[in-house]
Design a protein around this ligand. Structure first.
Ligand code: DQA
Length: 145
């Protein structure tokens, strides 16, 4: 099974960016945890991060042509604005789980809008880096069922 983890804008700044909200661990720490967990689950994983909406759309489209079985997606700020990312996910029909490090439902009103939530298998929010691992587990379980 082949998983793709996509992180949106400013998530490359983890560890530096608002550590009281997103924690002190870095983006490299996150990737290490994801890659380690992929080994435990016995799946292949590719991690991708971009600060650009169109690049994320391109990556989602590419996933269709490269046979990705599941996507873990933290669209970051694009969660709350991007029709293009939601449309790309609908276009490829690859099962995906929406992840947020912070609990978006308990933050500003604009963060409670998600353009991808209704088409996601599930949304995991407020569990820190562990949310990505839970999302991977979920996609693997669904793929095997
Ligand atoms: C985030 C929450 C978003 O509102 C924010 O714009 C982010 C990160 C999270 O992981 O908690 O960049 O997706």
């Amino acid at each position: 099974m082949k998983l793709l983890v996509i992180n949106g804008p400013n998530l490359n700044m983890l560890g530096i960016r608002e550590p009281d909200i997103y924690g002190k661990d870095t983006y490299a720490d996150l990737i290490a945890r994801i890659e380690n967990y992929a080994q435990t689950l016995g799946v292949t994983v590719e991690c991708y991060q971009s600060n650009h909406e169109g690049a994320i759309v391109d990556k989602i489209q590419e996933a269709y042509f490269t046979g990705v079985d599941g996507i873990v997606l933290n669209p970051a700020a694009y969660t709350h604005t991007s029709v293009a990312i939601a449309d790309a996910l609908k276009a490829v029909s690859i099962p995906f789980v929406e992840v947020h490090i912070s609990d978006v439902d308990k933050r500003e009103g604009f963060r409670q809008v998600s353009y991808v939530r209704e088409i996601a298998q599930r949304t995991i929010s407020g569990k820190g880096f562990a949310g990505y691992l839970e999302a991977m587990e979920l996609l693997v379980a669904e793929h095997e069922s």
